[in-house]
Design a protein around this ligand. Sequence first.
Ligand code: 4AD
Ligand code: MG
Length: 483
Amino acid sequence: MKRTEIAEILKQPEIGQNYCVKGWVRAFRSNRFIQINDGSTIHTLQAVVDFEQFDEALLKKITTAAAVGLTGTLVASQGAGQTVELQVSAIEIIGEANPDDVQRTVMQPKKHSLEFLREQAHLRFRTNTFGAVFRIRHAVAYAIHKFFNDQNFYYIHTPIITGSDAEGAGEMFRVSTLDPQNPPLTEDGAIDYKQDFFGKPVNLTVSGQLEAELAALALGKVYTFGPTFRAENSNTSRHLAEFWMIEPEVAFNDIHANMDLAEEMLKYICSYVMENFPDDLKFLHDREAAEQQTKPQNERSEMGLVERLQFVVSNEFKRITYTEAIDVLRNSNHYKKKKFQYEVEWGTDLQSEHERFLVEKEYKCPVIITDYPASFKAFYMRRNDHSEVGRETVAAMDILFPGIGEMVGGSQREERLDVLREKCAAFHIPEEELWWYLDTRKFGTVPHAGFGLGFERMVMFVTGMSNIRDVIPFPRTPQNAEF
Ligand code: 4AD
Ligand code: MG
């Protein structure tokens, strides 16, 4: 008999109908009630076995985590907790699970810490929490593709191996086939990358933006969505060495259109998940609410997960300039009472304590900060015509979210060849390395803008998970590349 997924059965249960389900046993109680889950939904299906009908040796193999196929008739359930159940007429043991092995894993049916679950990332998919997280991760990815496709953007695949450092932060992973024990050397003793695979030093990309710009200057509206790599040694709950980034790039957009696009996209993602994955969302909402109960009153978040998503969808993001942000921070009681650890001064980058203050205390909503000083932003950002002398700013925009910090970083791009050349010189970027990027400014250059959304940070926001390692299947962080 053809297998039916549990999600499909529960969506439109047909009483009296025969079904075959295949999945993993979550529990087997009283030699009678099997809870089976197949990953298609957070819900289990209850299957009822008349133990007199089956061989005892067979029933013994129905243990937690075992894979089974169950065929039977769907009936209305007498018990509480489910409306329908499967009256089993045939059992197939597909894969046994040794109870002693199950004991030492996250599949043992009890509450496990997220740290323990991380150590068993190969098995944590089997838990309710991670089932929900990864179904929603899929939903976020799909919503992003749908959002852009519906607006006639083209999905561009930008390279993963690259010779350029788009962000200029120098946090790149080198890719090389040279023998590390015995690399070829030049006459002056340096490693001779001419003999390396690509004939020059190359790295894993930190961003697909520069290549996306090239495409946008012909196709109009494009986006990349791919893995990006950063060798920053920051062991925080919001940084990964390997993460996924969505980078739209739009010809003829200025910074304002860029902010509108980003805000619309973030709202769309939240709506999409609320509409299409309500069961997983409810599970994560309740999970977070329970966790909140264990925290002291003053550390609890004011809104639950679902309320936070609704709040983002139905409220405008606050837009302020960097200069305004500095004024707000310096005029705050928090500042006057010297509660900030880092200095608040025009010209220095905002620290996460400042960002959190603005988002969580001052405005209590997502905040877009624009027009940052040129000195600590990337070379490609457009120099503002309205900059004050000695206080040069660029058309940058960062979107900050409560509980997450920086969700999006973007800008209008420098489209003027002469200014871009000046910036390259100021940032010590050799023009030979970026000749192709500069070249596009020679043939019908136009204002254009784009941004990067950190995919995992968005998944954190939508799932309420507080550590980025818990929203990517196999996190890569300093000293950790297991699985
Ligand atoms: O602000 P970033 O560095 O911007 C860029 O890379 C631009 N090229 C984007 C563009 O304009 N096309 O990174 C963009 C976003 C950040 O706002 C953050 O959400 C995420 O990427 N991000 C990280 N996420 C996880 N781990 C890390 N180490 C991250 N670094 C940045
Ligand atoms: Mg940034």
